[in-house]
Design a protein. Sequence first.
Length: 417
Amino acid sequence: MQSKTLVASPSVITIPYIPGDGIGPEIWEAAQPVIDAALKQAYGSQRKIHWQEVFAGEKAFKHTGEWLPSATLTAIQEAKLALKGPLTTPIGEGFRSLNVTLRQTLDLYACVRPVRYFAGVPSPLKHPEKTNMVIFRENTEDVYAGIEFEKNDPTTQQLIALLQTQFHVKNIRFPESSAIGIKPISEEGSRRLISSAIDYAIAHQLPSVTLVHKGNIMKFTEGGFKKWGYQLAETTYADQCFTMNQWAAIKSEKGSEAAQAALTTAQQAGKVIINDVIADNFLQQILLYPEKFSVIATCNLNGDYLSDALAAQVGGIGIAPGANINYTSGAAIFEATHGTAPDIVGTGKANPCSMLLSACMLLEYIQWDEAAELITTAIETAIKEKKVTADFAAVMTDAHCLTTKAFGDYLVTLISQ
C-alpha cells in the first residue's frame, strides 16, 4: 500500500485520528495500544506515532455544533494522513455522508479494500482461502457525485421536460412521478483510478487487473471506464501490460493459437494481464472462481457492492480494512469499513480488527512494514487459538469469547512476547 509521495517517513509522525461514533470509541480504545505496542516491538524508541484526536460526527457536533469542523479538515490536510472509526451520517441536515464529504473534499479518489482470508475465520465458502484480491473503487464520481432531483420538485419537472424536448429522451416511463439521478464518469477520473490499480499490481508483482463494469448497458459511462482502462494499459503501460483487447485482435487476425501464445509470452515476461468482466457476472465468478482475480478496478457503485460481498466471503465486514487515497498528493484516510453498530454499543462485543487492519495499511503506506506485520501475525494467532470477539465466537466451535478491550489486550501480549 506504498505511497508515491511519502517515500521516506520521519521517526516521529503526528497522525490525526477520529475515534468515530457508536462502537468507534470502544474499538479505538482496544486498537491504539496494539498499534503502539507493535511500533515499540518493531522499532524500540526509534519510531513513534503521536496520535492527534480531531473531531467529526456526533462528538464534533456536541463540541462545536458542526458535524465536520474546518479544523478537522485542516489537520488532515496538513498531516496528509488520518485513521478513523465509523461515523454517523446526520439525518435530514448537512451532509449526505460524512465519509463521502471527507473523500470528496480531500479528493481521495481511490477507495482501496484488500480482501484476504484469515485461517479459522468462519466463512460461508468451502474454500475461502482462495479469495485474495485488492479492490480499487473510484471514490469521487458515479453515485458519489450525489446529483439527484426529487420527485415532484419543479426543477425535476424542468429537467425531465428538457430531456424530452431537447434530447428526445423517450424512455422515462413515468415522467410525472420520477426522480432523476445523473451518473458522471469521466475519462480523467477513470484513468487515475485504473492507473493506481495497475501501479499496485506492478509493485506487488500481481498477475492481473480486472476492470469490472456494466458497459453492456451503460455504454458511455461504464463502457467508457472499460475503454479508457484498456487504452491506458496499451499506451502508458505498454511495456508492462498485455490486454485482452490485444489478445482479441491477435485472435481475429492470426487465430486462437497465436493469441494464446501471445498471452503466454506476456505472462512469462511478468506482464500484468488487463481484462474486464461485467459486474453481475463478476459477482458470480468471485463465488465460483475467486482465485482467478488479484486486483480489481471498478466504478463507484459497483465497488460498493463488490467490497461488501467479498468481505462476506472471508468473514464479514468486521475484519475488512479500507483506505481512501490520493496517490498524486499522497493524502490518505484509513478507516474501519463497518458501521457504528448502535445496538452493541457498550457491550464489549465489537470487533476491532477492521480498524487494526486499516492501521496496518497505514503503516505499510508509510513503509513501516515491520510493525504492520506484527499486528497481522498477532491477529492470525488469536484467531487460530479461537480467542476472538463475540461476532466470531458465536459461529465458532469451542471459541473463547473476549471483550473488545480484552481482545486488544491479548494482541498486545502476543506482540510483546
